[in-house]
Design a protein around this ligand. Structure first.
Ligand code: SAM
Length: 262
């Protein structure tokens, strides 16, 4: 029995195959994507401190120790949700309950909700660690941070935006098309670094003209999390693609494009 067959059996063939189910699954995928999209836009404003009601440096203050603990808990919740739900073993287990075509959308929805909770409950720690006083240099740093976000967004399209955020899966299911198996790819930027999306996040989080204790905590913890995430992701990618990925690791660097790719 294939995984798809198994899935269809677990939710009942009539239900999974029915047109109404396919359509509801599609609408759910679109809704999850919209929640994700709003969350990412909010994240840009939250980290850059622009255009949103509550940023990384605003909101109700708490005593330092309490603020640090609350912020660490919020980031841990996101990290655990995001890493555990991305593992193959977890996916194999929970697709017994969540229909496979909407598994990715559900993952995206949960990740977005845990980020929205973080933005909402984040406690600012406004003590300034550094401040770029030269206006030209400050603009350059803001531009660099924005470039980090552009790198994140562009890289998702280069690797496969619609599959990453669950839209391809619900569309394939809607039209009765078999989902394409995962393929190893090294398009464009992926020829220079293995993780351009994560590189973009690191740039976006650290390039701050005004760096507060709260922002530094966020940047430091997310950077550590990115390195843990890379280790987990590469472990899965080696399992999935074997020697192809092992050779890719040897010839292309992780985050800093200092080795030339073949
Ligand atoms: C959020 S994306 C991050 C991709 C990459 N780590 C980056 O920073 O650009 C994670 C998904 O991309 C997939 N992925 C990462 N590198 C890949 C590659 N070279 N080819 C195909 N899929 C890849 C992983 O299996 C995972 O499902």
């Amino acid at each position: 029995m294939t995984q798809l067959d198994h899935q269809v059996h677990s939710i009942g063939p009539e239900v999974a195959g029915s047109r109404i189910f396919r359509f509801i699954a599609f609408l759910y995928g679109i809704a999850a994507y919209l929640v994700f999209f709003v969350t990412v836009l909010y994240a840009i404003g939250f980290v850059m401190g622009v255009m949103v009601p509550k940023t990384i440096d605003t909101g109700a203050e708490a005593p330092v120790f309490r603020a640090v603990i609350i912020n660490l808990l919020l980031m841990s919740l996101f990290a655990v949700q995001h890493s555990v739900m991305a593992r193959q073993q977890f996916k194999a287990w929970w697709t017994q309950f969540v229909p496979k075509p909407v598994e990715r959308s559900t993952y995206v929805l949960f990740a977005s909700l845990s980020l929205l909770l973080l933005f909402w409950q984040w406690r600012p720690l406004p003590t300034v660690i550094w401040e770029v006083e030269n206006p030209d240099l400050a603009v350059t740093v803001v531009t660099l941070s924005f470039a980090g976000w552009v790198l994140v967004f562009t890289s998702t399209f280069i690797i496969n935006h619609f599959e990453l955020f669950g839209l391809s899966q619900v569309t394939d299911h809607l039209v009765g098309r078999e989902a394409a198996p995962p393929r190893f790819k090294t398009p464009l930027l992926y020829k220079f670094v293995r993780h351009p999306i994560y590189l973009g996040f690191i740039i976006a989080f650290w390039a701050a003209p005004v760096m507060t204790v709260g922002h530094l905590l966020f940047a430091a913890v997310t950077t550590i999390y990115i390195f843990v995430g890379i280790a987990l992701e590469e472990h899965d990618l080696v399992e999935l693609f074997g020697d192809e990925y092992r050779q890719y690791k040897q010839r292309v660097s992780m985050l800093i494009p200092w080795r030339r790719s073949v």
